[in-house]
Design a protein around this ligand. Structure first.
Ligand code: ADE
Length: 229
C-alpha cells in the first residue's frame, strides 16, 4: 500500500511514522508513506496555498489550483483507490472503516486547514471525507496520522502475531477484556484466579464475559449490532 499525504505541514507529520509499528511496516516494505508539501505545488513564488473566501466571512480557504495540480501529478504516476479529505464534517472513523481501508490499494490523504478547502476540491477530487471525532482540530494532520495508524496496523504482516489485530477492541463490536501481567499480586491487588488457573477453556469464557460486561458498561451502543443481551 502506498499512502501519499498532502499537507502544508509535512514536518508535523514526520514523527508518528518514524516509530514503532508504523516504522516497522515501512521497513518491511508493507506500506510506503510519503509526506507531500502542498506548497511545492503553489502557483506563485510566495508558495501561497490559501486565499480569501468569496462572499466574505472569517478565515482563509485552501485554493483549488495547488491541490488539483498536486493530486493530478500524483495520479499521473500511480493509481489510487481513495482520495480522502480529513475534515470534522466527514464520516466518523471507526473500526469497520479502518478494516475496509486496510484492504485498499493506494490512497491519497488531503489534510485540510484554515476554514477548509474550496468546495470544488471536494466535489471533483475527493472520494471520501473522514473525521476522527466530533471536535475541531487545527488541521487534518493529526487526524491523518490517526487514520494511518488505525489502517496500517491491519495490513497483513504488519503485526507480528496476526491474530492480535483481530483481538483488538471493536473488531467484534466488543471492548477488549482486562489484561494483567506479573506480579500476580502487587500491594495485595490480585490478578483474577481464573487467569492463573491454566484452564484455557474457562479463561476464554471469562475473557468473553468480561468483554461483554465492559461493553455493556462503557459502550452499550456497540452491542446493538451483536444480538447480545
Ligand atoms: N480537521 C479538523 N478537525 C478534524 C477532525 N475532527 N477530524 C479530521 N480532520 C479534522
Amino acid at each position: 500500500m502506498r499512502i501519499d499525504i498532502i499537507t502544508v505541514h509535512p514536518e508535523l507529520m514526520e514523527s508518528p511514522f518514524r516509530h514503532s509499528i508504523l516504522k516497522r511496516a515501512q521497513d518491511k516494505g508493507l506500506v510506503e508513506v510519503n509526506l507531500i508539501n502542498l506548497r511545492d505545488y503553489a502557483l506563485n513564488k510566495h508558495r501561497t496555498t490559501d486565499d480569501y473566501a468569496f462572499g466574505g466571512g472569517a478565515g482563509m480557504v485552501m485554493m483549488i489550483e495547488p491541490i488539483a495540480l498536486c493530486i493530478e501529478t500524483l495520479k499521473s504516476k500511480n493509481n489510487y483507490e481513495e482520495v480522502i479529505y480529513m475534515s470534522p464534517d466527514g464520516v466518523l472513523l471507526d473500526q469497520p472503516l479502518a478494516n475496509k481501508l486496510s484492504l485498499c490499494g493506494n490512497m491519497i490523504i488531503l489534510c485540510g486547514h484554515y476554514k477548509g478547502v474550496d468546495e470544488r476540491v471536494r466535489e471533483h477530487f475527493i472520494t471520501r471525507e473522514v473525521s476522527i471525532g466530533d471536535y475541531v482540530l487545527s488541521g487534518g494532520e493529526l487526524g491523518a496520522a490517526v487514520l494511518c495508524d488505525a489502517v496500517i496496523r491491519l495490513i497483513p504482516g504488519v503485526l507480528n502475531d496476526e491474530t492480535s489485530a483481530l483481538s483488538d477492541s471493536f473488531q467484534d463490536n466488543l471492548i477488549a477484556p482486562p489484561v494483567y501481567s506479573r506480579p500476580a499480586e502487587f500491594r495485595g491487588w490480585k490478578v483474577p484466579d481464573i487467569l492463573l488457573s491454566g484452564h484455557e477453556k474457562n479463561i476464554e469464557k471469562w475473557k468473553y464475559e468480561q468483554s461483554i460486561k465492559r461493553t455493556k458498561e462503557r459502550r452499550p451502543n456497540l452491542l446493538k449490532g451483536n444480538n447480545l443481551k
